[in-house]
Design a protein around this ligand. Structure first.
Ligand SMILES: Nc1nc2c(ncn2[C@@H]2O[C@H](COP(=O)(O)OP(=O)(O)OP(=O)(O)O)[C@@H](O)[C@H]2O)c(=O)[nH]1
Ligand SMILES: [Mg+2]
Length: 369
């Protein structure tokens, strides 16, 4: 196991570095915004620090990574000088714009200040918020910074460009999808919604599998949905049994695997879930989180469930959440895409699939999006 820390201007840049150095099987263990070194940090600029791990070093590891702006000492002196000049120019522009508008509490131009307050009220984390506003200061002209709609539009564009887009993996048959996550978040209900969609809308042959034998009612809950949809429901007791059952369902188009809900704080129970998951060999693992969860707890959940190698997130209970900024924070810091969102208990209706452009207005408080 190799664990390495990466520093980059954006999460996407960090992910590119991770891919290059640790390969595609690398998993992100944590990510956070940290102050940039030197004058940039002093001015309030931040960068992303990502810790990632991979099982084995890959061949690409042997090639030196291209120099980042922070490691510009390794590049040619002329290149380095040009980079420094470009950075200094951008920094001076930002300082000039701040000075021109230094009456506000945050010392941002008024329209940017308004935008800042709006995002703050939606629950966007302070460090992400400052990073975004500094970016807007650097990109927009003094005139543009006075226009609220321009600031909001470019702000939304920047945010959506930083959210990963969910795409279904191409044509595995059967496609095996497993939902994991803490207790009571809505995994089984979401599986029922997804299965109903697959059967009723896409006319697919769906099968359901569960290894939640912990709660007596759990199997009945899934069986009821299976009966309504005419989909077989298999109950699995051991990881070995899981492999056999999955093999026996190869004729289906899609197999949904429901898991037992486990607290992110119970590592023993989580390793049991992992043993079942290893046997499932799912094409997609959806880490399911309730939108009502605090951001810090969401981060804890993502970290604890890293071993499950989630491929995407599912957010449930949007209808119960007071604000959705924490969801946005998680998307920006983990780089994981959102496969689905659910906004109520009704099967199969309360299920949504949104791209980054629709997610941003929804998460920032425009519930009509
Ligand atoms: N308001 C609301 N309730 C939901 C939503 N999704 C699921 N629920 C409800 O949440 C409760 C728990 O749902 P389950 O699907 O059993 O949750 P689970 O994650 O499978 O629970 P465990 O198997 O015990 O870990 C049920 O009452 C669901 O109706 C949603 O989007 N909004
Ligand atoms: Mg369940």
């Amino acid at each position: 196991m190799r664990i390495k820390r990466f520093l980059a201007a954006s999460l996407q840049e960090a992910k590119d570095q991770i891919l290059r150095e640790l390969g595609e099987d690398a998993v992100i263990l944590s990510s956070r915004q940290v102050r940039r070194p030197g004058i940039w940090g002093w001015l309030g600029f931040s960068q992303v620090e990502v810790t990632a791990a991979a099982d084995t070093p890959v061949a690409a590891d042997l090639t030196p990574a291209p120099p980042s702006p922070e490691s510009s000492t390794t590049s040619l002196p002329w290149q380095s000088l040009q980079q420094d000049l470009a950075e200094t120019k951008r920094m001076l522009e930002v300082v000039a714009k701040r000075l021109q508008n230094s009456q506000g509490q945050t010392s941002y131009p008024e329209a940017l200040s308004t935008y800042y307050s709006h995002l703050q009220a939606s629950g966007l984390a302070e460090d992400l918020l400052i990073g975004l506003c500094e970016d807007l200061l650097g990109r927009l002209s003094t005139e543009e910074l006075r226009e609220e709609h321009v600031v909001a539009k470019v702000g939304s564009q920047l945010l959506s460009s930083r959210i990963a887009r969910y795409t279904e993996p191409s044509a595995a048959k059967p496609r095996v999808i497993c939902l994991v996550g803490p207790t009571g978040v809505g995994k089984t209900t979401t599986i029922a919604k997804l299965a109903a969609n697959a059967v009723l809308r896409h006319k697919q042959r769906a099968a359901l599998v569960t290894f939640d034998t912990y709660r007596i009612a759990a199997v009945d809950q899934l069986r009821t949905y299976g009966e309504i949809l005419g989909a077989p429901v298999e109950v699995v007791l051991t990881p070995a049994d899981m492999r056999q059952k999955i093999e026996s369902l190869q004729a289906f188009d899609v197999i949904f695997v429901d898991s037992v809900g486990r607290s992110q704080q119970n590592m023993m129970q989580l390793s049991e879930v992992k043993a079942f998951l290893d046997a499932v060999k799912a094409d997609e693992v959806f880490l399911t989180i309730s939108s009502t969860t605090q951001y810090e707890v969401m981060q804890e959940i993502v970290e604890s469930y890293q071993a499950a190698k989630p491929t995407a997130l599912v957010f449930t209970k949007l209808d119960e959440a007071r604000r959705l900024g924490p969801v946005m924070n998680l998307l920006l810091t983990t780089g994981l895409p959102v496969a689905y969102m659910t906004n109520g208990q009704d099967v199969p209706d309360d299920l949504m699939q949104l791209g980054p452009e629709q997610l941003v207005p929804l998460l920032l408080g425009d519930r009509q999006a």
